[in-house]
Design a protein around this ligand. Structure first.
Ligand SMILES: [Mn+2]
Length: 331
């Protein structure tokens, strides 16, 4: 039986893939992302397809639902996700496949919980790495299990994975596939040759990045901002550091590219739902945005930044609305 695992290439996605591969060792692993999911899925042929950690964009939602329905006639499909379902489809649209969806938990936790009785219990480590990687470790399930192990060792391993894959050496899908394979066999990120060293290089660059942001960040209203940084590989930390140095609730990394502007947003201690903020403010200027409550992004048309920042500042002044169920598709 040919099994294919389609997953995201970030920490949570790789860990989701590794847990699924622990269950199906012969499965082939392929990486995809929301913008290419429709075409990648259409080109995937197997007896069983496991999809994990891939958000569905509003734009492709109906086509994806249709494709899943068609494929389900010949293929057994299991889909794990923790991103918001776009508003032009519903959960019922997935009734032909095995659809495991929950907000506010990592995809890795969902995959682990689904297969936990069929895999060695130590594979829980991978689920914990995935949860921490996506800032989704604040769940009862994760809390309970963290205390079974030496948390400090787990943090070392998860940092090795998250930071290690930031380098060019581990940037390719082939390199990431090797890591998934290693994890699925019960080894740890630090067992992957070169990954610890790569993580060290990344953490060094992060501290250099902090120095750059400290020198170049500005404040636009109540938001710390760093714009058009020359080396833009570390968008999340750059956004966070611009909040740190400006002592603001929220920080943004802004990058102009061609006819659009990419925005990455992070928060410090704050209840603001960044995905809702990005969705709302980007929508107001003809762009699109979303992500997770604690880590989000947007793409807006060039020339609309002033307006966007105005909306973002207005948004922060509003009383916080309770809508933690809201989750949108930009990772
Ligand atoms: Mn995820």
């Amino acid at each position: 039986m040919k099994t294919v695992i389609l997953t995201h290439a970030d920490c949570d996605g790789m860990c989701s893939g590794a847990i699924a591969k622990a269950k199906y060792p012969d499965a082939e692993v392929f990486f995809t992302k929301p913008v290419s999911f429709l075409s990648d899925l259409s080109q995937t042929n197997a007896d069983k397809i496991i999809i994990a950690d891939i958000a569905i964009t509003r734009k492709d939602a109906q086509k994806i639902v249709k494709l899943l329905k068609n494929k389900s006639r010949k293929t057994q499909i299991t889909y794990f996700d923790h991103h918001r379902i776009p508003d032009n489809i519903t959960r019922e649209d997935f009734s032909d496949i095995e659809y495991i969806h929950k907000l506010n938990v990592s995809a890795s936790e969902l995959v682990y919980r689904h297969y936990q009785n069929d895999i060695p219990k130590e594979r829980i480590w991978i689920a914990l790495y995935g949860a921490i990687g996506d800032y989704e470790d604040d769940t009862e399930f994760v809390h309970e299990r963290m205390f079974n192990w030496d948390r400090r060792a787990l943090y070392f391993e998860v940092s090795t994975l998250i930071l290690g894959i930031k380098s060019k050496q581990f940037g390719s899908y082939d390199a990431k596939r090797d890591i998934v394979e290693t994890l699925s066999l019960g080894k740890n990120p630090s067992d992957v040759p070169g990954l610890v060293r790569s993580a060290k290089l990344a953490v060094t660059r992060e501290f250099e990045l902090y120095e750059y942001v400290k020198a170049h960040a500005e404040k636009i209203g109540k938001i710390g901002v760093v714009q058009n940084m020359p080396n833009f590989g570390f968008r999340g930390p750059a956004a966070l550091f611009s909040a740190t140095v400006g002592d603001t609730e929220v920080g943004m990394f802004i990058l102009e590219r061609g006819d659009h502007i990419d925005i990455t947003v992070r928060k410090r201690k704050s209840d603001v739902l960044l995905n809702d903020m990005m969705d709302t403010c980007a929508d107001a200027v003809g762009g699109s945005g979303g992500g997770h409550p604690g880590a989000a992004g947007a793409r807006i048309p060039r020339g609309t930044l002033d307006k966007f920042m105005h909306h973002a500042n207005t948004y922060l002044k509003k009383p916080k609305v309770e809508c933690s169920e809201k989750e949108t598709s930009h990772a």
